[in-house]
Design a protein around this ligand. Structure first.
Ligand code: PLP
Length: 402
């Protein structure tokens, strides 16, 4: 008799299933708007030119080897990544902020969740955005948290973030809750709080003694400038909060499968930080022992070399400009076609995604009848659109909506 006879078949992970369905589709007009991965104007994955350049250097560098990295990762990577998030915030120079290298953004979130679960009371409430990235809930649940609750974020009526409801939900939450923020380029809605709204959020976090944790998977994609996109992080850090930042280099370096990320922790004192990182180190040790080197070498070489750093910023700008262009092109086509509804949100939103407002039936029509693969909540990855497929997509949306 099998030990596993009672194991149920798990449902597929939606976004990966969508990509598999897309691959199996033989329609030459098919479009993949599901996965949040950048594509160039030919619909192809883009290896950033600066990344290719550094990979060639790494291949020729005979001083490199395949020895284990330290458990907390490549120090020069963690320091550069932390600085990318925090800039000149004084918590860095005061040794109150530092990173642990992680398995991309997901690994940073999981390490944070595991550490917080071992440190906070078990009944602590974790508040997450409604809607949010599909994995947030599972990560915190699997870390052990039982009290998870959504905070209001998106308003379908105004097709924008309703920050006043967001603030009141944080006010109503138990004191000392953990609040999971998207630092910029909110996934899936493409709508971020303004600087004033972040200030309001900071006030309620302070008043309620909440613990802020920021998911930073798209730094550079909101404005095209990684420093501007770090404004919320830096304002919280400068305001003196203890907090965490979960960084991913999947999107802004195009290093999706290298699993390169960083968990930044900011504490009140350098001594507390050492203690916290020593515990995080034990969690890493018991999970996967130490992280992979390739992505971290690339990112640290780029961030620590001024010319390469400048080139990387250009590469990000190129991605974010192409996405912006697609937003404008899609909106103008829908308006030209007279597609029922307002389409200004397509250009108002920022980052990699547009939360189109298409309902599940319309999404199913697009997927099943027109081979346009998008998430059933109406989210599209703008990077899936290009000059060759945008006419077709706009026509299909028009049909779906009428
Ligand atoms: N957070 C958000 C909001 C995301 O959209 C993603 C990826 O899509 C991640 C985190 C983590 O990505 P990765 O683990 O590939 O870095």
């Amino acid at each position: 008799m099998s030990f596993f006879g009672n194991v149920q078949l798990a449902p597929p992970v939606a976004v990966f299933k969508l990509s598999a369905d897309f691959r199996a589709d033989e329609n030459p007009k098919k479009i993949n708007l599901g996965v949040g991965a950048y594509r160039d104007d030919d619909g192809k994955p883009w290896v950033l030119p600066v990344v290719s350049k550094v990979e060639k250097q790494i291949a020729l560098d005979s001083s490199l080897n395949h020895e284990y990295l330290p458990i907390k990762g490549l120090p020069e990577f963690c320091d550069a990544a932390t600085k990318l998030a925090l800039g000149e915030s004084k918590c860095v120079s005061e040794d109150r902020a530092a990173g642990v290298q992680t398995l991309s953004g997901t690994g940073a979130l999981r390490l944070a969740a595991d550490f917080l679960f071992q440190t906070f009371p078990a009944e602590t409430t974790v508040l997450y955005s409604n809607p949010t990235w599909g994995n947030h809930l599972d990560i915190f649940k699997r870390a052990g948290f039982k009290n998870l609750a959504p905070y209001s974020y998106w308003s379908g009526d105004i097709k924008a973030a309703d920050v006043s409801k967001f603030v009141s939900d944080l006010e109503a939450a138990p004191d000392r809750s953990i609040i999971l923020f998207h630092s910029c380029a909110h996934n899936p809605t493409g709508a971020d709080p303004s600087a004033e709204q972040w200030e309001q959020l900071a006030q309620v976090v302070r008043a309620k003694n909440h613990f802020p944790i920021f998911d930073t998977a798209y730094q550079g994609f909101a404005s095209g400038n990684p420093d501007k996109d770090a404004a919320a992080l830096r304002s919280f850090a400068d305001a003196g909060f203890e907090m965490m930042i979960c960084q991913s280099f999947a999107k802004n370096f195009g290093l999706y499968n290298e699993r390169c990320g960083n968990l930044v922790t900011i504490t009140q004192t350098a001594q507390i930080l050492d203690n916290v990182r020593s515990q995080q180190e034990l969690i890493v040790r018991a999970n996967y022992s130490n992280p992979p080197a390739h992505g971290a070498r690339i990112v640290s070489t780029v961030l620590n070399t001024p010319e390469l750093n400048a080139e990387w910023r250009q590469n990000i700008k190129e991605m974010s400009d192409r996405i912006d262009l697609m937003r404008n092109e899609l909106r103008s086509r829908l308006e030209k076609l007279g597609t029922p509804g307002q389409w200004n949100h397509v250009t108002d939103q920022i980052g990699m995604f547009s939360f189109t407002g298409l309902n599940p039936d319309q999404c199913n029509f697009l997927k099943n009848e027109r081979s346009c693969y998008l998430m059933s909540n109406g989210r599209i990855s703008m990077a899936g659109l290009n000059s060759k497929n945008i006419d077709y997509f706009a026509q299909c949306v028009d049909e779906a909506v009428r």
